[in-house]
Write a protein that binds this ligand. Sequence first.
Ligand code: ZN
Length: 124
Amino acid sequence: MARIKSKDTGPEWVVRRLVFSLGYRYRLHDSRLPGRPDLVFASRRKTIFVHGCFWHRHQRCSLARLPKSRPEFWLPKLNGNRLRDQRKLAALKRLGWRALVVWECQLRDTSRLQNRIVKFLDGV
Ligand SMILES: [Zn+2]
């Protein structure tokens, strides 16, 4: 049975397809950069991260609601993820890279997301 690569499914895959269809070309998961950004646009010095709302603690988002049980387990874990994300973005910025974070819940409105991506990639 073929192994299912989680990397090629879900929100990240949706964003990759969208960005590709807009005509942009990118590298994936460049481990030379802080945080191994999901999409890397080297000539523009820009990166896109695709974040699941729950795992990355999207603020004020219904998808990020905590499980009712064992908050003492989830809270430090998820807050740790969020802190790590912030550090990665800061490290990228220090190196002169710009980053756009696309949240899972923002995939619901494709045309809005598309505008945001174009604005980010074509903007200065
Ligand atoms: Zn969200």
